[in-house]
Design a protein around this ligand. Structure first.
Ligand SMILES: Cc1ncc(COP(=O)(O)O)c(C=O)c1O
Length: 437
């Protein structure tokens, strides 16, 4: 470990670190990053999905340059600006009718989910919220409060109830997973949790940080029906898997539901900080000065987001995510056929997960091997991280611009990494500095 990575440790705090290997980058283009040692790294994370168009995309660069050349202020708190208005108009056209009210802008998935958690309670007068075990809705106090991920070091909200997300692999099939998860919710409502006190149910259309769990067919339709019956708002957190990544613009579209509130972040700014909440006017206009930070709605990030949405549409990137995702998935299934470590390959489009297990029969999580696999992949030139409540799911959220040949290149690197892990060729002592999560 030398160079930039070592220098960083002498000046930069570790509090935001989530490190898996000694990665230090000095540049990037498309699906590749450039390491400070000059190596080219194929980026299958895209900074956890944030670099949705890949790195240094000309459309993003041009939009940011234009916005900075004649800068319409730095905030929407005390002034309207055109990029924000255009972006709001665009986002309203991309959500279902029931969510088509007003748009709030923030910096991150965290501040967006925190804002939703506060406003739904304030606007409905209902004190309780529902979310899933394993859900990651953010890293601020208010967004951790409505999350269920075990890695988080923050308290849950007093009014929060967490329910199990259906895990088809663990349950031995989607129907069993769906039935158990729905029965749990019904049982809660019939006993300890008065549904008329619940303001909203936060859902992830694919539970990404919890392990890239794909909901069973019909599950979210049943959840939606329960919510409608009790007047509970459905909040779809599209922060990681929305905006074309699954092959459709909104990830909830695969489940055939129409959420009341939609939350976007990460890839919305293509790497620049911007998030958005879209929902009904009665909720979104609940009060003025309710949730604000100084450079919220800044025109530079809004212009970047507009460029991202235009590029997704113009370059058919949702379609690319579907077809390249299919190619990547098939390649990963081929890798799975050669490695007993792989228990499951799942996901939609370019939101894919590979679960590593010690034993396919018992499905015991292979956390140590997962940490070794991502470390070895990095040494070979592939950037991929892991997620999951048991730290054993490789997560693939590459740029939406990924090509089929890049998909195959990445799968081949993973193949080699897993072979090295299985053969004991990876130095385990290197893991000491990388806690992951
Ligand atoms: C589904 C989901 N929601 C919200 C967030 C929080 O986003 P951010 O870290 O950009 O605040 C994340 C981050 O991983 C996420 O995956």
């Amino acid at each position: 470990m030398a160079g930039l990575y070592a220098r960083e440790s002498r000046s930069v705090s570790k509090m935001a670190h989530l490190r898996f290997f000694p990665q230090a980058v000095v540049g990037g283009s498309g699906a590749y990053l450039t390491g400070d040692d000059g190596r080219r790294l194929l980026d299958f994370s895209a900074s956890w999905g944030a670099a949705s168009l890949g790195h240094a995309h000309p459309a993003l660069r041009d939009a940011v340059n234009r916005a900075l050349r004649d800068q319409a202020g730095a905030s929407y708190l005390s002034s309207a600006n055109e990029p924000c208005v255009l972006l709001a108009e665009k986002l309203l056209s991309l959500v279902p009718e029931r969510a088509r009210g007003r748009v709030w802008f923030g910096h991150s998935g965290s501040d967006a989910n925190e804002t939703v958690a506060r406003v739904v309670v304030a606007a409905t007068g209902r004190p309780r919220l529902l979310a899933f075990e394993g859900a990651y809705h953010g890293g601020t106090v208010g967004s951790m409060a409505v999350s269920g991920h075990p890695a988080q070091q923050g308290a849950r909200a007093a009014g929060l109830t967490l329910v199990p997300y259906p895990n088809s692999y663990a349950a031995g099939g989607p129907e069993a997973a769906k039935a158990a998860a729905l029965a749990h919710i019904e049982q809660l409502f019939a006993t300890v949790l008065p549904p008329e006190e619940v303001a909203a149910f936060f859902i992830e259309p694919i539970q990404s940080d919890g392990g890239m769990l794909v909901p069973p067919d019909g599950f979210f339709q049943a959840v939606e029906a329960i919510c409608r019956k009790h007047g509970i708002l459905v909040v779809s957190d599209e922060v990681k898997v929305g905006l074309g990544r699954t092959g459709r613009f909104n990830a909830f579209e695969h489940s055939g539901i129409e959420p009341d509130i939609v939350v976007y972040g990460k890839g919305l700014g293509g790497g620049l900080p911007i998030s958005a909440v879209v929902g009904p006017e009665a909720i979104m206009n609940h009060a003025v000065a309710f949730s604000l930070q100084t450079v919220h709605g800044n025109p530079v990030c809004a212009a970047a987001a507009l460029a991202v949405l235009e590029t997704i549409e113009h370059d058919h990137l949702a379609e690319n995510a579907a077809s390249t995702g299919q190619a990547l998935r098939e390649a990963l299934q081929g890798v799975a056929a050669r490695h007993a470590l792989i228990g499951d390959v799942r996901g939609r489009g370019l939101a894919l997960g590979v679960e590593l297990v010690v034993d396919r029969a018992t499905r015991e999580p292979a956390a140590r091997q997962t940490a070794l696999a991502v470390l070895r992949a990095f040494q070979l030139g592939l950037v991929v991280y892991y997620v999951g409540v048991n730290s054993n799911v490789l997560e693939f959220t590459p740029p939406l611009t990924l090509t089929k040949s890049q998909a195959l290149e990445g799968a081949a690197l993973l193949d080699e990494a897993l072979a090295d892990v299985a053969a004991g060729r990876v130095d385990e002592t290197l893991l000491a500095d990388f806690a992951g999560w």
